[in-house]
Write a protein that binds this ligand. Structure first.
Ligand code: UDP
Length: 300
């Protein structure tokens, strides 16, 4: 009852867990509380028939930051899963991310120059003007042209976010690589599987299908599998929050919260929802470590 702590961490997601671990390493007394019956926030996986099922949607760790890579490897061994989802658009399969295989499947082009010319032609026909792309639609067309925008982006994006692509910020689509090489990152093993199929048309009510066992190359019961479909839904009070929707209204609202948060010097707000950023896992860890560095540089 009389327990005394230096830090109370609310939520055992990546940000809270990294912060708690680092604070404890520095000799601080830390208590972590969590409303769910498990740790790890939305990156939690639950074992079913020997298969690690990603309870809150697939989370595939990737980073180019050596420090973050070394950091996470002290806690766990990572496998070499390479994500190369395919898109199902009205029964036609296309390789993702957008690369020479996709361009060749769509237009029959063979060289990067032919693909670039095709994209430039479509970009010019779309009359985007001289300004920077103002929304996701303009950004997508500027990057890969109207064909790919219509078949692989518009339907998927609008059902995922429940908003018009013209109302969404351009940065969301810049997450996806565009490559002028034949590179889908497939493996060479016989028992590789692909774990992710995106449904890019507007009519299919889900965005993607995940077959979890393929994240670990088919590990688990041979005759069992777990498949999940991701159905987007508008968030309502009581639902699990997943994505920050960084449109103008929400960013303006967030700024008001940030002002209130700044008036609470004893409280640190962090993580995907705490900072209202479309963070990947390595970015959350990085943000937590930056917070740790500044917190422990200033306190005694
Ligand atoms: N996206 C798309 N078609 C796809 C996959 C992604 O248009 O087949 C767009 C969509 O707007 C999505 C964004 O790219 O929100 C980022 O996709 P990512 O797979 O990085 O999203 P996450 O894994 O965070 O759900």
């Amino acid at each position: 009852m009389n327990e005394q702590y230096d830090y109370l961490v609310v939520g055992a997601g990546l940000f809270g867990a990294v912060f708690a671990h680092e604070a404890a390493l520095r000799g601080k007394r830390v208590k972590v509380i969590e409303k769910r019956d498990h740790i790890a926030g939305n990156i939690y996986t639950k074992e079913v028939a020997g298969i690690q099922v990603h309870q809150y949607g697939a989370h595939i760790f990737h980073t180019s930051d050596r420090e973050i890579w070394d950091y996470v490897n002290q806690f766990a061994e990572f496998n070499r899963y390479t994500n190369s989802p395919v898109a199902n658009y009205k029964g036609h399969m296309y390789n993702l991310p957008f690369n020479m295989n996709t361009f060749s499947e769509l237009w029959g082009v063979r060289t990067p120059a032919e693909a670039a010319a095709k994209i430039a032609e479509q970009r010019a026909a779309a009359n985007l003007g001289d300004h920077q792309p103002r929304n996701l639609e303009e950004q997508a067309i500027a990057l890969i042209g109207t064909d790919i925008y219509k078949k692989l982006i518009k339907g998927y994006t609008e059902k995922q976010w429940g908003q018009k692509a013209t109302d969404l910020p351009a940065f969301i689509i810049r997450r996806l690589p565009v490559r002028y090489t034949y590179d889908n990152n497939y493996f060479n093993d016989t028992y590789q599987g692909n774990a992710v199929v995106n449904y890019t048309d507007a009519e299919t009510p889900y965005t993607r299908v995940i077959e979890h066992k393929h994240f670990e190359f088919g590990k688990g019961d041979a005759d069992q599998t777990v498949i999940t479909r991701e159905f987007p839904a508008n968030w309502q009070r009581g639902d699990e929050p997943y994505y920050p929707v960084n449109n103008q209204t929400n960013n303006t609202l967030y700024k008001q919260y940030a002002k209130l948060a700044a008036a609470e010097p004893q409280v640190i707000f962090g993580g995907r929802l705490g900072q209202y950023r479309y963070y990947d896992m390595h970015q959350v860890i990085h943000a937590a470590l930056v917070t740790v560095a500044s917190e422990f540089a200033t306190t005694k």
